[in-house]
Ligand binder design. Structure first.
Ligand SMILES: [Zn+2]
Ligand SMILES: [Zn+2]
Length: 184
């Protein structure tokens, strides 16, 4: 019979015939097992089964110190993690606020651009209407003659004499009146 089989059989006997200890041994406590002992033997069934020493010892001072140190470390790490979270959350809300301002500004600029586009369309329509009217009333002039004085060129470029009546127009959009000095 192998030693492990022998241990297992002894453990089974101790477990079935023994009684449960109020204070469990270290191993049973650690593994959350039922700790049973059959007097006068002191070893519990589980320690016999695995061939370990069966001990009941208080937690050592060193283990308590280790625990205290670990808890202090966690506490300090948690404090700095909390600080990071607060800091990042402040940055995030500041970024969110900047983003919302930028979006509002972009929307406003788009509205202004639309307004200007509309204005451009209206202005072009108005000017084209006037040009159409002028073309009907006054067909584009023939090119200037080869030898011409400056006043002839002016006349050719802007033959205001031929315009019948421009009273209906807004005076601001009319070309300034030219002095027609030379006699034809
Ligand atoms: Zn035990
Ligand atoms: Zn034990």
């Amino acid at each position: 019979m192998s030693s492990s089989t022998r241990r297992s059989r002894l453990a089974d006997i101790i477990f079935s015939q023994g009684f449960t200890m109020t204070v469990r041994c270290d191993r049973c406590f650690k593994h959350n097992l039922e700790c049973r002992v059959l007097p006068p033997h002191k070893k519990c069934s589980e320690c016999v089964r695995v061939g370990r020493r069966c001990e009941r010892e208080m937690v050592s001072e060193n283990e308590w110190k280790q625990l205290d140190r670990a808890r202090e470390k966690i506490k300090s790490d948690m404090r700095s993690a909390e600080d990071s979270v607060n800091e990042l959350s402040e940055s995030l809300s500041s970024i969110a606020s900047s983003l919302s301002s930028a979006i509002l500004k972009l929307k406003r600029l788009k509205r202004e651009q639309e307004f200007l586009d509309e204005r451009q369309t209206k202005m072009m329509r108005r000017d084209l209407e006037i040009l159409d009217f002028l073309d009907e009333e006054n067909p584009p002039p023939s090119p200037p003659r080869e030898t011409s004085s400056s006043s002839d060129i002016m006349n050719a470029l802007c033959p205001v004499d031929d315009i019948v009546c421009l009273d209906f127009l807004n005076p601001e959009i009319l070309p300034p009146p030219l002095e027609h000095s030379s006699s034809s």
